[in-house]
Design a protein around this ligand. Structure first.
Ligand SMILES: Cc1ncc(COP(=O)(O)O)c(C=O)c1O
Length: 415
C-alpha cells in the first residue's frame, strides 16, 4: 500500500516519516503475547500474574458511596479547572497528619492532578528548554523523561544499584551534564526496586539541589504504602520546599488507579507554573472524584489496611522465593519485590537452560511455569514481582503462594 501523505506529517519526536513502521516489540507487549501463548498451550491452566502494577481490589465501599453522593450534586457537574479548595485543604491536612509536613498552604502550595502520570507529562512544559538536561533514575517510570525529550531536553540516567541501596549516586553525574541540568526526578518507595529513601538521603538531595541549582520532583506514588512506621515525604526534609515539589496519588494508596486523582504540593512558584500549564492542558478532574479523593486523604486508615495486606503477601512471597534460591529481601514499602534474575535453570527432567538476561527469564517463567513477572535489564538483571496478584481472600492468597512455590520448587536456579 502506498503511504498516505499523512505518513510524512508526523513530528520527529514520535518517529517522523517512520512513525508506526517499527517492528520492534516492547517489553510489556512481549509479556502480553507470552501470556496469551502460555494460555493457548495450557488451556484452562491458572496463570499467576505478578507483573501487574496496580491494585487487585476496588476502592473501599465508603469511597464509592462518597463519589455517588458527590456526583449527584449539581454544583459539581461542570469544568473543575484547577479545582476548588476541598482537595487542596485535605491534601495539606494529609501531609501534616500522615507525613508530618507542617505549614503547607493549601491555596498556594497544592494543586490537584489527574493522576501523577498527567502531572509528570505536564511539568516538563513548565521547566525544560531544548538542550536542558533532566536527571532520571533507571530503572524507573519514564514519563517525565519522555516529555522532556519532546521539548528538546536530554535525559541523563542515574543507575539504581543494589550496592547503593537503589539510591542514585549524585556524585557520579559528569560536571558538564550537571551544569546543564535543571531537574532531578526521584521516586521512593521506588518502582520497580521497592527501595525506600531515608531522611539523610533526602537531606543530601536538598543540599545537592541548592548547590547545583536543581529542581527536585519527588514522585511519591507509593509513599503511603509502608510496612512499618510512617510514610516518608520529601517535603518533611528541611529546605525541601525551596527546591521542589512532591507528587502524591490516590491510585495505589487507595485502590483508585482508574479514578485519576492526585496532587502536586510544595514550592509555591513551581505549583503555580504547573497550574498554568495544566490550565492549558486539561479542565480539571471531575469535582465529585476530587471530593471522594479528599475523603480518602482524611481516612488514611484505608491505606493502612491495604498496606497490611501487601505486607502479609510480601512476607509470604519472600519466603517462597528464598526457598527456591532467590535472594529476596522484603522491602519497607510499595508492592514490588525486586530480585536478581537467575543465570540458569535446571528443570526436574535435568535440562539446563542459560539465560542471557532478565527478559529471557521472564519469558521462560511465563511459558514454562505460567508465572508472569516484569523483567528489568537497565541496571543489572532483575525480576519485579508484584504482590497485587489476584486472590480472593487470605486462604486463596496462601493457595496462590503455595502453588507458586511448587512450580518454582521443581527447578534448580543458579545465580
Ligand atoms: C513511579 C510511578 N509514578 C507514577 C505512576 C502513575 O500514577 P497515577 O496513577 O497517579 O498516574 C506510577 C504508576 O504505575 C508509577 O509507578
Amino acid at each position: 500500500m502506498n503511504d498516505s501523505y499523512m505518513q510524512n506529517l508526523f513530528a520527529e519526536r514520535i518517529g517522523g516519516k517512520n512513525y508506526g513502521k517499527s517492528t520492534a516489540i516492547y517489553k510489556f507487549e512481549k509479556i502480553k503475547r507470552a501470556k496469551r501463548a502460555a494460555l493457548a498451550a495450557h488451556p484452562g491452566a491458572e496463570i499467576f500474574d505478578l507483573g501487574v502494577g496496580e491494585p487487585d481490589e476496588m476502592a473501599f465501599p465508603e469511597v464509592v458511596a462518597k463519589l455517588d453522593e458527590e456526583a449527584r450534586r449539581p454544583e459539581n457537574r461542570g469544568y473543575a479547572d484547577n479545582g476548588d479548595s476541598v482537595l487542596k485543604e485535605a491534601a495539606a491536612r494529609y501531609l501534616d497528619r500522615v507525613c508530618g509536613v507542617k505549614g503547607i498552604n493549601p491555596e498556594t502550595e497544592v494543586l490537584h492532578s489527574i493522576g501523577s502520570k498527567a502531572a509528570l507529562s505536564i511539568l516538563p512544559a513548565a521547566l525544560v528548554n531544548p538542550g536542558d538536561y533532566v536527571l532520571m533514575t533507571t530503572p524507573g517510570y519514564p514519563v517525565f523523561g519522555t516529555h522532556s525529550k519532546y521539548y528538546g531536553g536530554l535525559v541523563h540516567q542515574l543507575p539504581l544499584l543494589e550496592q547503593n541501596g537503589f539510591l542514585p549516586d549524585l556524585e557520579s553525574i559528569p560536571k558538564d551534564v550537571l551544569a546543564r541540568s535543571k531537574v532531578l526526578v526521584l521516586n521512593y518507595p521506588n518502582n520497580p526496586t521497592g527501595a525506600s529513601a531515608t531522611p539523610e538521603f533526602f537531606a543530601r538531595v536538598v543540599a545537592f539541589a541548592k548547590a547545583n541549582r536543581l529542581i527536585v520532583l519527588h514522585d511519591a506514588a507509593y509513599a503511603a504504602l509502608v510496612f512499618e512506621g510512617k510514610p516518608l515525604s520529601f517535603l518533611a526534609t528541611p529546605g525541601a520546599k525551596d527546591v521542589g515539589v512532591e507528587l502524591h496519588s490516590t491510585s495505589k494508596s487507595f485502590n483508585m488507579t482508574g479514578w485519576r486523582c492526585g496532587f502536586v504540593a510544595g514550592n509555591e512558584l513551581l505549583v503555580r507554573a504547573y497550574g498554568d500549564v495544566k490550565d492549558n492542558s486539561d479542565s480539571g478532574q471531575f469535582l465529585a472524584i476530587q471530593h471522594a479523593a479528599a475523603y480518602c486523604l482524611d481516612h488514611p486508615e484505608i491505606t493502612e489496611k491495604i498496606a497490611a495486606k501487601y505486607s502479609r503477601r510480601m512476607t509470604g512471597l519472600v519466603n517462597v522465593l528464598q526457598k527456591c534460591g532467590f535472594k529476596a529481601v522484603k522491602p519497607k514499602g510499595s508492592f514490588f519485590l525486586y530480585v536478581k534474575a537467575p543465570l540458569a535453570a535446571t528443570s526436574g527432567k535435568g535440562a539446563r537452560l542459560e539465560f542471557k538476561n532478565a527478559e529471557e527469564v521472564s519469558q521462560w517463567l511465563i511459558t514454562e511455569k505460567l508465572i508472569s513477572t516484569v523483567p528489568w535489564d537497565d541496571a543489572g538483571s532483575y525480576l519485579r514481582f508484584s504482590v497485587t496478584f489476584a486472590a480472593k481472600g487470605q486462604d486463596d492468597e496462601e493457595r496462590v503462594l503455595d502453588e507458586i512455590g511448587k512450580r518454582l520448587g521443581e527447578v534448580r536456579f543458579e545465580f
